[in-house]
Design a protein around this ligand. Sequence first.
Ligand code: ZN
Length: 294
Amino acid sequence: MSMFVKFWGVRGSIPTPGPSTRRYGGNTSCVEVRTPEAHFICDAGSGMRELGLALSRTANGKPLTSHLMLSHAHWDHIQGFPFFGPVYSPTTTLRVYGTDPGDDRFFRLLSGQMGSDYFPVQFSDLAGRVVSDHLNGGCRVVGDTEVSVLPVCHPGGSLSYRFRLGDRMVVYSTDNELDLLIENPEDAHRPEVLRRLPEDLVSFVRGADLLIADGQYTDVEYPNRVNWGHSRASTCIDLALAAGVKQVAIFHHDPMQSDADVEAKIQGCRRRAALLQGSALSVFGAREGVELRF
Ligand SMILES: [Zn+2]
């Protein structure tokens, strides 16, 4: 049994194509999580278009079922959906999850963004089956995988997802302003002190093989972006260390950051991990096309 993860879009806020973002990629949030019996898509940012092309190639006319978990419905997390080719095929089933029974908010928002003022094809014209489903109040087994959800800190709300297959675990936690949750704010800018984060968040992440975490800002950028709904990348390290995570992917890179800026941000995170004696923690910048297996 193993889990497969692939990054299709890692950028925050708006797609940023161009030469300065070629290495990490300019597509917005979309991450694929695959297990032997289930196929999950985390967020429907612009990276979902390329994922759709790959899935259609692999399926080659055979039935395809995917489970779509949206963190929230801000543009950068839904804009890829109308360009996700498999929903135009009658052999596709896409289940769109709310948290509770009857919670079809995300399903309705996806359908709303295909209104005729926004897009030439209507939701009702899609040939695939797009179905509203739910996570049973916060935790449900889908195929062979236990999926749990946790509300996090973002204007208008955002959801983090945990995927557990046997003893393997991946957590997708984007659009979460960890810095507003620090329980020892007086120490929040002292480099040698661990920033304490709420226990419900730490236990949600505890022991993850991979934590995909919103680390949009550098320590220099963040003070001018407080309350925008995103974290200092360095605070993701504190969460990962407190939770005993094996590997953390810094995700949702700021659109103003070039490849060199992202690399500098990741080096800063690695220095913080070393300073806090978390040398066993592996830190990397989420990058389009990267695949991991656990
Ligand atoms: Zn976002």
